[in-house]
Design a protein around this ligand. Structure first.
Ligand code: SF4
Length: 365
């Protein structure tokens, strides 16, 4: 995709990227020859699962490859609204909707605040795609205050995850307000943002005022969501570097997606590339049974095969935890390939990374 005529100062401007998002079939056709199932998908998902693509993210696509991993994540296909697919899955399999709009309190020590339904790009596999039919709406100050009052009253909450939609799409003033209010609460230790902007519009982090705010309320952590090595670019590396220089750690949560990254070599390259830009691969999530995104699900065996492949080919630092989110909001469960082949009391037989059987006896003194 050729955006070479856009002046660099505009290309590096987050607001320009957002103002110029591609939102309609006609606009998208100016850049890419769409497949019939994409045309049908864009028409069929209107009002239900909207489309928006930043010029930056669009520029990562190979327009000649119908199976391009960026394309599959950003351009709707008819399968999303296919009757058989729509019958499967649930809009909210993790039961995030609680009593206070925007607040989920699942684990005792952690809460999730969803502060907006706006996203720079609407990812086709999104676990929260149910919220996008509401239109692009940020929570009001009153709604934010209600969430903050709840957190104040619950002394067991030590960790607040701010998410969306895209939480860092809020204006700096609002972000500053939320962080300053949270930091007034003694029992809140960790504040995290779940943001995909390093992937979809890394220009957001070229704003020193935003970085000043994030730094001021330390410890603030970033959880981001790179799914494919193609998403690691000079601009995303620069965004991460700017965050790290302000003492803001960046961890990654990949979702295992059929056709996008369900291949051991691709996943290895992704994990290696993440380490190269100093992002810690934290989770590899099995794709949730989300209505409208079921077609991205792989088997569990595929995830385990990938995990087994990674071990021995990259240091432990680059190996994420493979996890399934249990239905009904029951939390995450880590999954590991089986490395214990036999066990008899203190005598175990393990499978090594290279497939050897190795005996190991525990001599507990
Ligand atoms: S940026 Fe995150 S919240 Fe927004 S659509 Fe993508 S995955 Fe969903």
């Amino acid at each position: 995709m050729d955006f070479s005529k856009v002046p660099a100062h505009l290309w590096r401007d987050y607001n320009w990227q957002i103002r110029n998002r591609i939102r309609t079939l006609e606009e998208l056709q100016n850049y890419i020859k769409l497949l019939p199932e994409e045309i049908e998908g864009i028409k069929g998902t209107q009002g239900l699962y909207p489309m928006a693509i930043t010029p930056y993210y669009l520029s990562l696509m190979d327009p000649d490859d119908p199976q391009d991993p960026v394309r599959l994540q950003a351009i709707p296909r008819a399968v999303e609204v296919d009757e058989a697919i729509q019958k499967k899955g649930e809009p909210d399999p993790l039961r995030e909707e609680g009593d206070i709009p925007g607040l989920t309190h699942r684990y005792p020590d952690r809460v999730l605040m969803t502060v907006t339904t706006f996203c720079a790009v609407y990812c086709r596999h999104c676990m929260r795609k149910r919220i996008f039919s509401e239109g692009e709406r940020a929570r009001t100050k009153e709604e934010i205050d209600r969430m903050i009052s709840y957190i104040k009253e619950h002394e067991e909450v030590r960790d607040v995850l701010i998410s969306g939609g895209e939480p860092l799409s809020l204006g700096n003033e609002k972000i500053d307000y939320i962080l300053s209010e949270l930091r007034k609460i003694k029992h809140v230790e960790i504040i995290r943002f779940g943001t995909r902007l390093p992937v979809l519009a890394p220009q957001r982090f070229f704003d020193d005022e935003l970085l000043d705010i994030l730094e001021r309320y330390s410890p603030v952590w970033i959880n981001t969501h790179f799914n494919h090595p193609k998403e690691i670019t000079d601009l995303s590396a620069e965004a991460v570097d700017r965050l790290l220089r302000r003492g803001i750690p960046v961890n990654n949560q990949t979702v295992l997606l059929k056709g996008v990254n369900d291949d051991p070599e691709t996943m290895l390259e992704l994990m290696r590339s993440l380490l190269m830009i100093k992002v810690k691969p934290q989770y590899l999530f099995h794709c949730d049974p989300v209505k409208g995104a079921i077609h991205f699900r792989t088997s569990l065996d595929k995830g385990l095969e990938i995990m087994k492949f990674l071990r021995g080919r990259i240091s432990g630092m680059g190996i994420p935890t493979y996890a399934v989110d249990l239905p009904g909001g029951k939390g995450k469960v880590p999954l590991l390939p089986n490395y214990v082949l036999e066990r008899e009391g203190d005598r175990l037989v393990f499978e090594s990374f290279s497939g050897e059987r190795v005996e190991y006896t525990i001599d507990e003194v």
